[in-house]
Design a protein around this ligand. Structure first.
Ligand SMILES: NC(=O)c1ccc[n+]([C@@H]2O[C@H](COP(=O)([O-])OP(=O)(O)OC[C@H]3O[C@@H](n4cnc5c(N)ncnc54)[C@H](OP(=O)(O)O)[C@@H]3O)[C@@H](O)[C@H]2O)c1
Length: 387
């Protein structure tokens, strides 16, 4: 039976990997929605190929450009934040949430509230509004299928037991491109060095997050919401080869792991086909050639982001949303050459130290915290730049 997929963030790294799989399995899928932020050319190209009902560009100023690029087709062209939310409410068998940043929160929540199953790549949405999102999923019956390779691995390992019988969840981390670099040398790294991940090909923001290890901290928060085993039972283990994508240890001391080549199409395929499996063009794992797998404890002195994230989720309330928004601003400032690499996590820490926002009870509260945190982060970025 043909299933309908709505894809948010179609032009990005996860979006393109998703479409690569859909393209190869055209009989199984119909695309209902495709979206992008500002890349009209790529969005229109994808829309002409996949023929969705609607293509949405988040940047309202580009509505005319998109309509023109889709002229002569029966594809509806829409623009703006409200259009994204409206598109997310349309009936679909699966929504792929692959927008980067908290910008993905409103459409992802709209899909969840509509009861649609969501393949969740957009970790920042879950970090910012984890309690609200998981509560909404429980109410509507929407299933959250993790796409992040680590969470997808844990999801798969949990099929081998019951969550009440989990003793530990071990999130693996590659350690990023600066795993062995001294703190002094990290002060001089450039954006192009930071986005050059040793194992994965990803968008710029998550690549920088991997380099600071903020990505692993965000994933710790994500795991806490998706797999409620208790924060103290979720550990981080550095594993430079990115072959084991995470592990689950049960009370009988059996540890289950999911392994695979570092190719996002594997966890994406797992989420698309769940509860079935689908074939992928990915390289099968050749362990004889890989020969060895290494592990080390994370260094929270050179990489303080994971401890910051653990403290934020332990405190709960608005802290994770505040942390996430500050990080988004700081990463953008680093990529623009405005602040140094260590200043990313310093900026996040300064924002957290400067204010303790009240616990959010609604999406509106989350957006207020997000806005205030962004303003504070911009202030500290300006200070840093002019220091
Ligand atoms: N890439 C990976 O391997 C990977 C792995 C695990 C998890 N994730 C998570 O998946 C998400 C996407 O990552 P990515 O690497 O695919 O990012 P990316 O390559 O930067 O793509 C981001 C997508 O979101 C769109 N977008 C950006 N800002 C937006 C906004 N304000 N409003 C609406 N749409 C917006 C972009 O559109 P334009 O192209 O028009 O800018 C693009 O389609 C992130 O949350 C990331 O943490 C990614």
């Amino acid at each position: 039976m043909t299933r309908c997929l709505s894809l948010f963030g179609a032009t990005g790294s996860v979006g393109q990997s998703t479409l690569d799989l859909i393209r190869r399995d055209g009989e199984a899928w119909r695309v209902g929605v495709l979206t992008a932020n500002s890349d009209v050319t790529e969005l229109a190209k994808l829309a002409r190929e996949f023929r969705p009902d609607i293509a949405v560009i988040a940047d309202e100023a580009r509505h005319g450009e998109l309509a023109e690029a889709l002229a002569g087709t029966d594809i509806e062209a829409a623009a703006g934040a409200d259009a994204l939310v409206e598109a997310a409410r349309r009936p679909a068998d699966l929504v792929m949430a692959a927008i980067v940043g908290c910008a993905g929160l409103a459409p992802t929540m709209a899909a969840i509230e509509s009861g649609t199953d969501v393949a969740l790549a957009n970790k920042e949405a879950l970090v910012s509004a984890g309690e609200l999102m998981t509560a909404a999923a429980r109410t509507s019956g929407s299933t959250l299928l993790p796409v992040d390779s680590e969470h997808n691995a844990i999801f798969q390992c949990l099929a081998g037991g019951r969550i009440e019988q989990v003793r530990r969840i071990i999130l693996t981390a590659s350690g990023g491109p600066f795993r062995t670099m001294s703190a002094a040398d990290m002060a001089r790294v450039t954006p192009s060095e930071a986005v050059a991940h040793p194992n994965w090909s990803m968008g710029a923001k998550i690549s920088v997050d991997s380099a600071t290890m903020m990505n692993k901290g965000l994933e710790l928060i994500e795991a806490h919401h998706l797999f409620p085993v208790g924060l103290e039972r979720i550990e981080i283990l550095v594993h430079p080869q990115s072959v084991i994508h995470s592990l689950v240890e049960y009370i009988d001391c059996s540890t289950l792991a999911q392994l695979g080549s570092p190719d996002m199409r594997i966890p994406i395929a797992s989420a698309l086909a769940w509860p079935q499996r689908m074939a992928t063009p990915c390289a099968p794992l050749d362990l004889a050639t890989i020969a060895r797998l290494d592990f080390e404890a994370p260094d929270e002195v050179r990489f303080p982001a994971t401890a910051l994230c653990r403290a934020a989720i332990a405190e709960g309330g608005a802290r994770p949303a505040q942390l996430n928004a500050a990080n988004e601003v700081a990463v953008a400032a680093f990529l623009a050459g405005r602040i140094s690499f260590p200043a990313i996590v310093d900026t996040v820490r300064r924002v957290i130290d400067a204010a303790a926002p009240a616990a959010p009870t609604s999406l509106h509260d989350i957006f207020s915290v997000d806005a205030a945190s962004r303003a504070a982060a911009r202030y500290f970025v300006d200070q840093c730049e002019h220091a």
